[in-house]
Design a binder for this molecule. Structure first.
Ligand code: GLA
Length: 381
């Protein structure tokens, strides 16, 4: 009897050990990066798609055109995995895109007044592509470039590094800039983006990530019910062209105070001049506790799905854009993207900083290394 119990116990132990080994093996298989041909550019260059999977059921798809996140599928509170970013169905959609879906934008994320700035006494003129201003790096910024992509083999989590060499004079910027953006999907459902850049002449470098998020699991529903906090006491005030005036505006008693949770829609139509200029929220929040270290700056919660998005960054500012320019002319993933069906959270240096000595500097000089870490972390509640 005793011997039989002992043998049973041994059997059960072996099954448990085998299960653990199998799970570990499975987890390893599941955390691999897949690489597939995604399409060809009109000049014949090939674009690849990289699929990053973790053991928690999250999948991120990236392409090396624009270093774009094409899909980001994360579980809701019941474990149902759904896509939470807008995107197109094929490469042609991204080639035609004017909204920067999922891309790395730069050299300078956001606007530079009239595309003009002075650096070391010399005046530079950048491509004008937003009214009379320069936006997101110009007509053919980082988001329209073919990046050189490599799977990072020595990483514990699935990871892809993309490098682009932006030539001297591109879109009017001085210096050859080499930028590497490394996307890593961790097992706790965080998409970590690390940027590194160098130059051979003094220049500007202020890239950011431009995913359009909708946490509901449906890319056709409004984002106005999403609840948001931003750890910031002020925004950079803008004029009617969305260019900073140079003044900081205290958020106290304004629709820009997200220091406690508010839905995006609660005050978006208030009669506030800044909301009129932005056509909703399209402003840079001056983030608290800026000391070059990564800290949590934003949390978004979507009640029905239970999804939570936390943004952590080492940057001084974040552009919160409530999808005001989406108007039904953008189509992809078998749906039409309507007004305010997604929002962007773009960590960065302040807009138009070269023309405001009181703003943090986005100047990069030879011998220096530009560095940014931003994390989009998903969970449920
Ligand atoms: C940023 C800008 C917006 C708009 C979008 C893209 O968020 O601040 O004004 O240009 O990008 O449409």
């Amino acid at each position: 009897m005793k011997t039989r119990n002992y043998l049973n116990r041994c059997g059960r132990m072996s099954v448990i050990i085998l299960c653990i080994l199998f799970n570990q093996l499975n987890a390893k298989v599941e955390t691999m990066v897949e690489k597939n041909l995604y399409g060809k550019l009109p000049d014949g260059r090939e674009v690849y798609q990289f699929t990053l999977k973790n053991a928690s059921g999250t999948t991120v798809k990236l392409i090396n055109y624009g270093a774009i996140v094409t899909s980001l599928c994360v579980p809701n509170r019941n474990g149902v995995v759904e896509d939470v970013v807008l995107g197109y169905d094929s490469l042609q959609g991204y080639i035609n895109d004017q909204s920067y879906f999922g891309a790395i934008v730069g050299r300078y994320g956001n606007r530079i007044n009239k595309g003009a700035f002075v650096l070391d006494g010399k005046e530079y003129h950048l491509t004008i592509n937003d009214g009379e201003n320069h936006l997101h790096g110009g007509k053919f910024g980082f988001f329209k470039a073919l990046w050189d992509a490599k799977v990072v083999n020595d990483s514990a989590s699935p990871s892809v590094a993309m490098t682009y060499v932006s030539p001297d004079g591109e879109e009017g910027y001085p210096g050859n800039v080499t930028i590497t953006v490394t996307y890593t999907l961790t097992n706790d459902n965080a998409l970590k983006i690390v940027y590194e850049g160098t130059t051979d002449k003094p220049t500007l470098l202020n890239p950011t990530h431009h995913s359009y998020f909708n946490l509901s699991g449906s890319l056709t529903t409004s984002i106005l019910d999403h609840k948001l906090t931003i750890d910031a006491d002020s925004i950079t005030e803008i004029d009617e062209r969305l260019i900073p005036t140079g003044q900081l505006l205290d958020v106290t008693n304004t629709p820009f105070d997200f220091r406690t949770f508010h839905t995006i829609g609660e005050r978006i139509n208030d009669n506030h001049p800044q909301l009129k200029y932005g056509n909703g929220y399209d402003h840079n929040w001056v983030l608290n506790s800026f000391n070059g270290k990564v800290r949590k700056v934003v949390e978004v919660y979507e009640e029905k799905s239970g999804r939570v998005l936390e943004v952590l960054t080492d940057q001084p500012g974040i552009q919160f854009y409530s999808g005001n320019f989406l108007n039904g002319s953008q189509k992809g993933k078998r749906v039409v993207y309507q007004h305010r069906t997604a929002f962007c959270l773009e960590p960065q240096c302040f807009p138009d900083s070269p023309n405001h000595p009181n703003f943090p500097s986005a100047v990069l000089r030879p011998g220096e290394v530009y560095h940014q870490t931003t994390i989009y972390k998903f969970s449920t509640r």
